[in-house]
Design a protein around this ligand. Sequence first.
Ligand SMILES: Cc1cc2nc3c(=O)[nH]c(=O)nc-3n(C[C@H](O)[C@H](O)[C@H](O)COP(=O)(O)O)c2cc1C
Length: 194
Amino acid sequence: MTEIRDADAGTLDLLRTRRSVPPMLLDGPGPSPEELDRWLGIAARVPDHGKLAPWRFLVIEGEGRERVGAIIERTFLADVPQADEKRRAQERQRLAHAPVVVGVVSRAGPHAKIPEWEQVLSAGAVCMNLVVAANAAGYATAWLTEWFAYDRRVLDALGLDPAERIAGFIHIGRAREVPSDRPRPDLAQIVTRV
Ligand SMILES: Cc1cc2nc3c(=O)[nH]c(=O)nc-3n(C[C@H](O)[C@H](O)[C@H](O)COP(=O)(O)O)c2cc1C
């Protein structure tokens, strides 16, 4: 048996106030390898119907960010060869701002018992657990996809199987500043008591 937990005001406060910080506002230093591994372990601790682990991680840090940036730029240029250097740099630097970016890969697929939809939802839970873990450790995050998360040429270069998809790139770093919050849904609009 795992222990019964007491109320944890710190966790509630984090969940109540956390917000994304755009990659442009994220800086180093990044987490140590041990710290990042701890977060990935937490991220993988999500509801997962059938214990399929229908997700995996791509860790993009250090020079890996430049390697992936070069893939993104090359793919962009194949479609927009006339792009100027400013625009090219924008694509090249997509993952260059935060010290670490974790790609959460969904491996959802047809299964005799477990609906694919539930496997996809589990990958979303992985993303959110990673976001919460990193924020609880004092970092800030942005959960983004952008066009290249849907581009087969980029996915091939990143080693994704044809059936795999990107659930999100989680950019993780130290916030230089935290933008003001955005409006949040009005509970009256989204809650129905039946
Ligand atoms: C799966 C997923 C993909 C997203 N992709 C993008 C994106 O490509 N570009 C973007 O500006 N926002 C994207 N967002 C939204 C950002 O995460 C956004 O900043 C977020 O909704 C802010 O909410 P928060 O402050 O509660 O984290 C995405 C969100 C999700 C859940």
